[in-house]
Design a protein around this ligand. Structure first.
Ligand SMILES: Nc1ncnc2c1ncn2[C@@H]1O[C@H](COP(=O)(O)OP(=O)(O)O)[C@@H](O)[C@H]1O
Ligand SMILES: O=c1ccn([C@@H]2O[C@H](COP(=O)(O)OP(=O)(O)O)[C@@H](O)[C@H]2O)c(=O)[nH]1
Length: 240
């Protein structure tokens, strides 16, 4: 599909849990390849794509804290998990001949470039997919917040939150079978209704910078491209 896209530069948040597929832990290469093929399709449409990858398939800092360990160290471990996922997704993209760079919030020059806004925008404007690793680089944050932060820094026209469900519902659809899906919401409505698909910090930062958030299922092949072309199943969070 090569329809004219609605956006020219977007930020895709790919959850870590999505990358593990049906396994209980780690990375399912077939899933990483499939997500990469959706990103390749977006590039073929001419859309510049930045990607923030999660790390929940490998480690979450709160897991350490809940067992009496140090939260900050746990978060460091979580951020390193996102680097592993970023390298896996970059590998899948390069296999499909999509030029890709990984920029890490935590310097590890032997492995990948360090993040700077200037480097990110340079690579994007050269047509490369830029994968942002290491979250925000700070403990007590999430990769959803990293997605909004990097989205604002690169001037993304929308944040695409690719997750396990196909939009934002009146309640968690995994827990409430009667939950209904919203087509559109404002950032304030998401916060006021306590709709927990994305964390409060991420939504507040997107509201402050007037960036729409599009929540969609990362498991549906081709959905990213369909939404970029104006269709697809999603919830759009926007204040316009
Ligand atoms: N109101 C809601 N609408 C949609 N999903 C919700 C809602 N409340 C909670 N969720 C849950 O939020 C999850 C996404 O949150 P998150 O923990 O960021 O997952 P991930 O990072 O793995 O995508 C969904 O898989 C869904 O089960
Ligand atoms: O800016 C950030 C981003 C992530 N993390 C840590 O990395 C883990 C994995 O990220 P996240 O839970 O956001 O991944 P996802 O839910 O998207 O798979 C988190 O639990 C945190 O421990 C962090 O400390 N700072």
């Amino acid at each position: 599909m090569t329809s004219k896209p609605l956006y020219t530069r977007v930020l895709l948040k790919a959850s870590g849990e999505a990358l593990m597929g049906s396994q209980g832990f780690g990375i399912d290469v077939a899933v990483a390849d499939r997500i990469a093929s959706d990103i390749a399709e977006a590039r073929a449409m001419g859309v510049e794509v930045g990607v923030v990858v999660g790390g929940g398939n490998i480690f979450r800092g709160v897991a350490v804290a809940s067992k009496g360990g140090d939260r900050v160290t746990g978060d460091h471990m979580g951020m390193l998990g996102t680097v592993i996922n970023a390298l896996a997704l970059a590998t899948s993209l390069r296999k499909q001949d999509v030029e890709t760079v990984v920029l890490s919030a935590i310097a590890m020059p032997e492995i990948c470039e360090s993040f700077s806004q200037r480097a990110a925008i340079h690579h994007l404007s050269q047509g490369r997919v830029v994968i942002f690793a290491g979250g925000t680089g700070n403990p007590f944050f999430t990769t959803d917040s990293a997605a909004t932060l990097r989205g604002a820094e690169i001037g993304a026209q929308a944040i695409f939150k690719g997750t396990q469900v196909d939009g934002i519902y009146s309640a968690d659809p995994k827990k409430d079978p009667n939950a209904t899906r919203f087509d559109t919401l404002t950032h304030s409505e998401v916060l006021e209704k306590g709709l927990a698909v994305m964390d409060v910090t991420a939504v507040a930062l997107a509201r402050e910078n007037n960036i729409p958030i599009i929540v969609f299922s990362i498991h549906e092949k081709g959905e990213f491209g369909k939404i970029l072309a104006g269709g697809g199943l999603k919830t759009v969070v926007s204040d316009d």
